[in-house]
Design a protein. Structure first.
Length: 367
């Protein structure tokens, strides 16, 4: 769904309207992120954790009805074959890599249950690249990654999600296990991030639409990094309000960076590759969340082991400090990648159709 929405927006809007459309898209994402922890906490508290999965059913039904009623049918296109080997290889790579990183936090890097999944991930990555290079209709045209702007934005999207959202998993553990907040109150404690993103996304798109795309993206990523590092003020005696300055800063950064990051990534590729580019970018974002939870979990658990004590407040504060430092550094690395690699996208014409007849010679040497 995420892939389809961004590709449709990219095709339906041009110029300033496209920036505004992606601003609204980012604001809706922020609203959903704000409602998610609160609604999830409410459902968990009232009906149990299994109920959080049932909420998708009515939402999907409403989305399906709105799609049928309001989304115009596209022009018929040539049907292609699904790249099932490529999809299988990438799925194996992502699953094995995530599992190996998660297990490393508890077992250590020398354990066979860590080494074998990581080796399998490397093998699956090699198979994926080989398949994509040889198939006529690949899941991902690897030539897209030769574009420095698209490559930089894709890596930045992965790091943004890892830095801004993966840390919330362990922040939630602190809120519930140390501060003893219920699921609903824990969700309310972290919704400042999403609320700030919801407000910032449309304002940023409106105020910075004339700026070079890398400016709001790099600025947003820098704010995410700075806000995450600001979360290191959490100490053994802190309450949930200690999170507010950092979460609000991170939220402003997410609102500034996310909409132009998506629209710029799609603008750097030919229009006929927009769907593929959207899929690659959104996959990188989702993979960033999974890998971020795994990597930050390893940092968190290692820190807990190195700071044992009868009072969990001290060990949790030290573990959070280490985790926030790594997450903040990841966001700042993403900002540097954007600053170095991303340039204002030039209009890219679609690939020319095969000629059916010889074209007449140009007159007068004009182009």
């Amino acid at each position: 769904m995420m892939t389809s929405t961004t590709a449709l927006l990219n095709a339906a809007y041009q110029g300033r309207d496209r920036g505004a459309a992606f601003g609204v898209w980012g604001a809706v994402n922020g609203a959903a992120a704000a409602a998610g922890p609160v609604l999830g906490g409410l459902l968990t508290q009232q009906f149990g954790w299994r109920s959080i999965f049932l909420v998708n059913l009515p939402i999907a039904a409403v989305a399906a009805v709105l799609t049928v009623r309001h989304l115009a049918a596209g022009r018929p296109r040539a049907t292609g074959r699904l790249d099932l080997p490529g999809a299988a290889a990438f799925t194996a790579f992502a699953a094995a890599l995530t599992y190996g990183l998660i297990e490393s936090g508890e077992r250590g890097w020398s354990d066979p249950l860590v080494i074998l999944p990581l080796a399998a991930a490397a093998l699956a990555a090699g198979v994926f690249v080989t398949v994509e290079l040889r198939t006529a209709q690949p899941l991902l045209d690897l030539r897209l990654l030769r574009n420095p702007s698209f490559l930089g934005l894709t890596l930045a999207g992965l790091l943004l999600t890892a830095a801004a959202f993966a840390q919330l998993t362990y922040t939630g553990l602190w809120l519930q296990q140390v501060l003893r907040l219920g699921p609903l109150n824990a969700g309310l404690a972290v919704c400042a991030l999403a609320a700030a993103a919801f407000v910032t996304a449309p304002l940023g798109a409106r105020l910075l639409h004339r700026a070079a795309p890398r400016l709001p993206i790099a600025l947003g990523l820098t704010l995410i990094g700075g806000g995450t590092l600001l979360l290191t003020v959490v100490s053994a005696g802190s309450g949930w309000t200690a999170l507010l300055p950092g979460l609000l800063t991170v939220g402003v950064g997410v609102g500034l960076a996310t909409p132009p990051m998506m629209s710029t990534a799609l603008a750097t590729v030919p229009r006929e590759r927009a769907g593929m580019a959207s899929g690659a970018f959104n996959t990188a974002r989702q993979l960033g969340l999974a890998l971020g939870i795994a990597v930050l979990g390893t940092v968190f658990q290692n820190s807990l082991r190195h700071h044992p004590g009868p009072d969990p407040r001290h060990s949790y504060a030290a573990a959070l400090d280490s985790m926030y430092t790594v997450a903040g550094a990841a966001a700042l690395l993403a900002a540097a990648l954007v600053a170095l690699l991303v340039r204002r996208p030039a209009p890219i014409a679609p690939a020319p159709a095969p000629a059916t007849a010889a074209a007449p010679a140009p007159v007068g040497g004009g182009r």
